[in-house]
Structure formats: C-alpha cells, structure tokens
Design a protein around this ligand. Structure first.
Ligand code: NAP
Length: 508
C-alpha cells in the first residue's frame, strides 16, 4: 500500500535519502526525504497545470473536489489505521477528522458552484458623463496561481494533505504543492494516493497536485521561495511559521504567507457566571483543555476569573476533573518535549503556584494546572505564551479594571471566550471592544475547541494567532486567501472570463 515515495506531478518518485517514521504504535516505514530539486520539479509542473486548471470551469473543479472526497472515503479504513498509528490519536478522532475533511471538500464544491465567492461587480459605462466619461468596468476574483501547503502535525487529515488549505486552493483554481509533515508521512501518502486517483479519473494535468515528504528543513525553505509559488498555507509553531513568513517577505517578489502560529485562547469568567455555574464551567474547561492531549490550536490555556470563593470553587472543579485524566500520547516526541519545557517555564516564574502536578515523560503528557495573580501575569510576558498541551493557568483578577488590563495586554488570539449571566452584561460590554480587536472569534458560555466548518467561521486573528489577520483558514471564507481581484476595463466581451456573466448583464 505504501510506496514511501513522493508524489511529484503524477509520478511516485523516490529520493536519494530516506527517513524512518516514528509511529506511536504499529510498524514504522521508510519514506523518501524531500529535496530542493524535487520542489523545483513539482512547482514547475504546478505552474504548467495552472494554465489549464486555473481557467477550468467551476463545475470541473467541484467534480474534482467531490471525487477526492469519494477516493478518501474508499480508503477510509486504511487511512484511519495508519493515522492512529502515526499520531497516537484514538480511532474515533481519526474517523471524525476524516468526515470533517471530506465534508470540507464537498462544502467547497458546493460553494464554488454557487459562484457568490467570485464577488462579481459591474460599473456600466457612462460615455456621456462629464467632465470625464466612465469606462465599462467589471471585477471578479481570480485564482492566484500555485499554492504551497504545509501539513500540520496536529490534524493529520483536516489540516494536512487534502485538508482545508488544499481544498480551498483547488476550489479557487490553484494547483497545490504540499510539504508533508514528517509526523504522519504514511497518512499523507494514502491521502495523496486518493487525490492522484481522482486527478487521473478526471484526466487533469498531473501538476495540479504534488506531495513532497519532509525530513529536511531545506524543503520548506525552497518551497516558499520558489518563483512559481504565489501563496502559502501553514499551521504550526511560532518559530517555524515566523521563519517561513520572513522568507516569503524577503523574496524578490514577496508573497502572502497565511500562517496560523499560536494562541492561548483566554476565557473570561465573569462574577455572575462564577456564582451560578462555577463547578460546571470548571469541569467543562478541564474537558476542553485535555481533549486530544491539548493539541488544539483553540485550546483554552488561560482562564481569567474574578478572585473570591466562587473562583476557588471553579479552580477546585477543574483540578478534580483534571486529576481524572491520565497520560495521553502526544503527536511526536518533539512536541512532548516542548510541552514539558513549556511546563517548566511556567513553573519557574515568580508568583505562579502549581495547583495540580503530575509526572510524564517520553511521548506522553499529563495535565498541569497553575494559578497566578493578574499583577504577576501582567508583569510577565512568559505567562501569555502558548504551551501546546493540556496545561492551564488560572489568572485571578481583583477587579473589573484588572480584567480589562489583562484583555488589553493580550496578544492576537484565535478565540476569546466570555462566561457570563445576564447580570454580567455591563462587565462584558466593557470587554467586548477589546476582545474583538484581539481575536478572530469571540464566543460565550462555551469552549473554543471544536471549530465549525461553515460560511461564518473565522479561524484566524491578529499576530501571532495568524500572520494575516484579514483571513481565516477554516470555512468557506478561507478561499479568499487564494484569490485576488482583477478589474477588466473596456475589454471586448470575447476576452472576458465566462464566469463573469451567469448572474449579470453581458456586455454589448
Ligand atoms: P513546526 O515545527 O512549526 O513545523 C511545521 C512545518 O514547518 C513542518 O513541515 C516543518 O518541517 C516546517 N518548518 C518548521 N520550521 C521550518 C524552517 N525554519 N524552515 C523550513 N521549514 C520549517 O510545527 P510542528 O512540528 O507541527 O510542532 C511543533 C510545535 O508547533 C508544537 O510543539 C506546538 O508548539 C506548535 N504547533 C502549534 C499549532 C497551532 O495550531 N498553533 C499546531 C501544531 C503545532 P520539518 O517537519 O521538516 O521540521
């Protein structure tokens, strides 16, 4: 089933070197290491494919997306099996994530058939206008060209080979070159097989999709700097994302880098909510914090509470629920190591008290809970940094003013959450103007893990949540990352894209 090769424009291609996968359980396999040469071949072919795929009909692209979803479903059991082995995530999670992935592909198929995403506009000519006549103007969104996608370690399916970035780019008409994540190369290869089968079945240009396995940092660097690549989708670490973002910006022709880098997803627990629901919120937080070993970009790592007896009840409930959670396998040894380093960093800060301790080593994570004061948190930037894993910090505020100060001090976030009762609305209204400047999504009385894939979803936010806060990487709006508006002035009808006219007057 597994070749261990790269998929370069329709050809399964070996590499000069290989690396061995490190599954959490089950057999390991050898995979070819990527190289700058392979990146060049894949990107040139992607550029060639753009001249047909970029101008293909929306119906053809919708057919491709649906076919990919069908081919993934046809390989469902094999994908689940190797996905579980490589990531250590449970079977139910892999099955659910596959459903989300095929659902995204089918949603994008529907989305482009509707055509509203093209945002077609028309300013009719005004030849008699004085002092100057107005020309005939049309505007429409067009695909940008080949797109590079970096598979994410924490979503082997939904944010990887055929994940949201790939689905959005293909829907837009952009060929895709994926740099696979070395944490799940086998899962990546099986999904690439599904994409390749769909492409062959529809006789599309082979350059429309390539997968280059990892194993060498030079691959990612070469990919984002390749002249054919016009935009990049990335989910991963702040350090890695920032390095690649800087490479994109320093190109002779800088390109947009849509990176999702890090977020602590703070929750603000207002006094009324604490008075009525402290135990329930504490238990719910513990469940959200430990889901998938806390390896979610929307993991709510910080709870800001009003200091007092109800706050103590909340902390106690969270602590009790966290105590029940055993050790969980993390995605990689490196991520488990980084988690413990983050724990040690928090633990060593002044004014921080450890209220739930545990021990974990190797590739496992156990929950940790810390408490600190608003003053200590505000004085120490380290406490606002993401610790990727099941670690929570409770920040106790003496007053509403301290809560507002915490909100103002936040860096960019994917989400901010309010827990409130009707009596908290005045306090919440004070926070809202600050929180909506900080986050892509503000939610009430819930937990931010579990991101709906829909038309309204925004999964992005000011830096470092993302490198481009005008964009989302989840939901149909994410297609906008791979489109750019083009204005057509006084062009003869024969030269205008056909897509301009279904719902508007055709030119004379
Ligand atoms: P990562 O280290 O940022 O790697 C992501 C991808 O970028 C990999 O393909 C990696 O290649 C590549 N890459 C990273 N730095 C690079 C560089 N300087 N030059 C070229 N390519 C580079 O992220 P990760 O492996 O997924 O996880 C590490 C940490 O990232 C976690 O501990 C966690 O803190 C964070 N993370 C955050 C999120 C989130 O949603 N916010 C999600 C996942 C991970 P290689 O595989 O070859 O290194």
């Amino acid at each position: 089933m597994l070749s261990g090769h790269h998929l370069i424009a329709g050809g399964w291609t070996p590499g000069a070197d290989s690396f061995t996968s490190e599954p959490a359980h089950g057999p390991s396999h050898d995979f070819a290491v990527g190289s700058a040469d392979l990146v060049d071949r894949a990107c040139r072919q992607a550029e060639e494919a753009f001249s047909s795929f970029g101008y293909s009909s929306r119906e053809a692209r919708a057919g491709f997306l649906n076919r990919i979803a069908d081919e993934i479903d046809a390989r469902g059991d094999a994908i689940t099996e190797i996905g579980c082995q490589e990531t250590g995530l449970p079977e139910a999670r892999l099955i659910g994530e596959r459903g989300r992935t095929t659902g995204q592909l089918r949603l994008f198929a529907e989305h482009i058939l509707d055509g509203a995403y093209l945002d077609r506009r028309h300013d009719a000519a005004l030849p008699e206008r004085t002092p100057l006549p107005r020309p005939e103007l049309y505007m429409m969104q067009r695909p940008v060209g080949p797109v590079a996608v970096f598979g994410a370690s924490n979503f082997p399916l939904a944010f990887s080979t055929a994940g949201g970035d790939t689905a959005a780019a293909l829907a837009a008409g952009c060929p895709v070159v994926v740099k696979g994540h070395s944490a799940h190369p086998g899962t990546g290869e099986l999904v690439a097989q599904a994409i390749d089968a769909a492409r062959r079945g529809l006789d599309l240009h082979p350059g429309v999709f390539s997968l280059i396995q990892g194993g060498d940092r030079a691959v990612g660097a070469a990919l984002v700097q390749h002249p054919a690549i016009q935009a990049v989708g990335f989910t991963g670490s702040l350090a890695g994302g920032r390095a690649l973002f800087d490479l994109c910006a320093s190109r002779p022709d800088p390109i947009p880098f849509f990176g999702e880098l890090g977020s602590v997803n703070p929750m603000f627990l207002l006094p009324g909510a604490l008075a009525t629901r402290a135990p329930e919120i504490g238990a719910g937080w513990a469940a959200s914090l430990t889901m998938g070993a806390g390896q979610f970009c929307t993991n709510p790592g910080i709870a800001v509470i009003a200091k007092g007896a109800n706050g103590d009840t909340f902390m106690h409930a969270a602590q009790t629920a966290l105590e029940q959670v055993g050790a969980q396998t993390m995605l990689t040894h490196g991520i488990a190591f980084a988690y413990r380093a983050g724990r040690d960093r928090v633990r060593s800060q002044t004014g921080v008290q450890e209220i739930l301790t545990s021990t974990c080593d190797l590739r496992e994570a156990t929950p940790y809970l810390f408490r600190t004061t608003a003053k200590a948190w505000l004085a120490n930037e380290v406490l606002s940094e993401e610790v990727f894993g099941p670690l929570g910090i409770v920040v106790e505020a003496d007053s509403q003013d301290e809560m507002l100060a915490i909100a103002r001090a936040l860096k960019g976030q994917l989400t901010c959450t309010l827990h409130l009762e009707p009596g908290d609305h005045v306090a919440a209204k004070g926070l809202m103007p600050i929180l909506e400047r900080k986050a892509g999504r503000v939610l009430a009385n819930g937990f931010p893990t579990g991101v709906e894939v829909s038309d309204t979803m925004v999964h992005g936010g000011p830096y470092p949540a993302s490198t481009n806060f005008g964009a989302t990487s989840v939901g149909t709006l994410s297609i906008r990352r791979f489109l750019r508006p083009v204005c057509y002035q006084n062009l003869p009808a024969a030269l205008l894209p056909e897509d301009l006219f279904p719902n508007m007057d055709s030119p004379e």
